[in-house]
Design a binder for this molecule. Structure first.
Ligand code: S3P
Length: 185
């Protein structure tokens, strides 16, 4: 079945996928946006953790990143079949083209763009992000961002600079874009 991808009908049929670096505000913005839209909020890391019965950090430690990525794709494949979801994806979700492919047909991708210095301030001292559990997290953030920035931009239907917008403003911008029918096809 082909769903009309313009205007309000599309708004009711599709998902909103938030992409961006770790600690860019995907969960905070996603939860509130979902409430505003009357959609269900899903954080893919939370689903993975619930299924694995352990935190992401422990999955990385015990099973490795590759295994985590498999679990992530499994969750994405299921969510892609659903609609009216706001999905906060993990920062590395877009690295697998398959994940993007699965979601793209019926999702509006929003890239929450955030400076490395802001990310660093937010994650400093936290042990919950295994990829940043290194001697120089700021250098690691910058290195990972160099590799990912382009991909975030490529997949995005819209970019919101979270350094320039408050949570409330970011949500208004996204809602505005949805109302204007700026859905991907
Ligand atoms: C990752 C981001 C994390 C989590 C995992 C890997 C990444 O999610 O999926 O630690 O590769 O950037 P958040 O973006 O919610 O921190």
């Amino acid at each position: 079945m082909t769903i009309s991808l313009s205007g309000k009908s599309a708004e009711r049929e599709q998902n909103v996928v938030l992409v961006g670096f770790m600690a860019s505000g995907k969960s905070t913005i996603g939860r509130k946006l979902a409430k505003e839209l009357g959609y269900r909020f899903v954080d893919t890391d939370e689903v993975i953790e619930a299924r694995a019965g352990r935190p992401v950090r422990q999955i990385f430690e015990e099973r490795g990143e590759a295994e985590f990525r498999k679990l992530e794709t499994g969750v994405i494949a299921e969510l892609a079949k659903d609609s009216r979801l706001v999905i906060a994806s993990g920062g590395g979700m877009v690295l697998a083209p398959r994940n993007v492919e699965l979601l793209k047909g019926r999702a509006f991708f929003v890239y929450l763009k955030t400076d490395s210095s802001v990310i660093y301030k937010r994650v400093r001292g936290s042990k919950n992000r295994p990829l940043l559990n290194v001697p120089d997290p700021l250098a690691e953030i910058e290195e990972l961002m160099r590799g990912r920035e382009k991909i975030y931009q490529q997949v995005a239907d819209m970019t919101v600079d979270t350094g320039r917008a408050t949570v409330g403003e970011a949500i208004k911008k996204i809602q505005g874009a949805l109302k204007n029918g700026r859905w991907s096809g």
